[in-house]
Design a protein around this ligand. Sequence first.
Ligand code: GDP
Ligand code: ZN
Length: 362
Amino acid sequence: MNLRRLGWDAEFKKQFEQLNSDQSCQPARVIYAQRQLYRVVSELGEHQGRVSGRLRYQARFPADFPAAGDWVGIRIDPRQAADTGTVIIHFTLPRKTWLSRSAAGEKVEEQMICANVDRVFLVSGLDRDFNLRRIERYLSAVYQGGAQPVIILNKVDLCRDLETKMLDLGKVVFDLPVICTDALTGEGMNLLNPYLEPGKTVAFVGSSGVGKSTLINRLMGVEVQVTRALRSDGKGRHTTTHRELFQIPGGGMVIDNPGMRELQLWAFEEGLGDTFSEIELLAAQCRFSDCRHGSEPGCAVQQQISAGNLDPKRLCSYLKQKRELEQLSETEDLTSQDRYKLRRQDGRLWEKEVRERFKDKY
Ligand code: GDP
Ligand code: ZN
């Protein structure tokens, strides 16, 4: 397997060499990760994997374990018979981007859904499911992980008022790419092609029923296999583990797992700031630095609402997400915060673009 086709690049290589100074490991990408069961693909092919005792010991939070899409360092386990091909995962490379959600257990924790996704197709249905507030919510979650969002409005065949919806959407997603599709006929899906480059990974997120599976199956050209066949030599046990990362026949990869259906907010203020960039810019002009944008005098946000330039529902949505984040931040863990800060230092080009958009507007 050619690692470049899997998304391997100079940056991963550099980080890998640093972590693999004794040169005992080989790079591999995780294509399945559920309940500490892993499948990885290396230059040698596909392997079953498990994490080393040390990695398990060092993991402080669930999000520290490998997720689908992660690049890892593997070693063939000498204690395993050679023909089972089980490998040991010794380390995970820093994630360029990720999708995560909050999972409520004993305490609220961050759960990794997938890692190293370049673009996220945020799918909404143009039927009665269409909901701007929900799109804002998904957007914050995607921005937080650093992937680039692309908006897909599916079920265009069921939409009678596309123009109105597009106008309303524009005030929420600004100049993010928006693509209308009918997944049943494939109409509009050719517009996804520019985002499906070789070596790039995409994911589809959105509520249940919006058409993600239909879109993915059409992209793959076949129903995605969920059960692995017996090995051709008849030795392998039948396993029900399936892939979460697929090669798309036309180029690129797609990550799909059940977590995409329940993407919830696990974000810090910065993710929110990307979604509501115009509100945050306005807020900087309020008379009081701790303005809650209610009835305070000199509130620049309220001024724009009065002038009809800002939808009050959007401010509500912003304040609501902000409150939730404040509650979350009381339970948030340091590692993900550090990871987030680190990534932000890298500087995302498109993020600068987001900020540029409003520079002259207000
Ligand atoms: P998922 O839960 O997001 O994976 O959604 P599915 O792909 O399972 O689709 C949910 C339902 O919507 C199915 O009955 C699909 O046949 C239907 N569906 C998907 N895309 C379209 C579309 O573009 N137009 C119409 N009319 N129905 C669609
Ligand atoms: Zn204000």
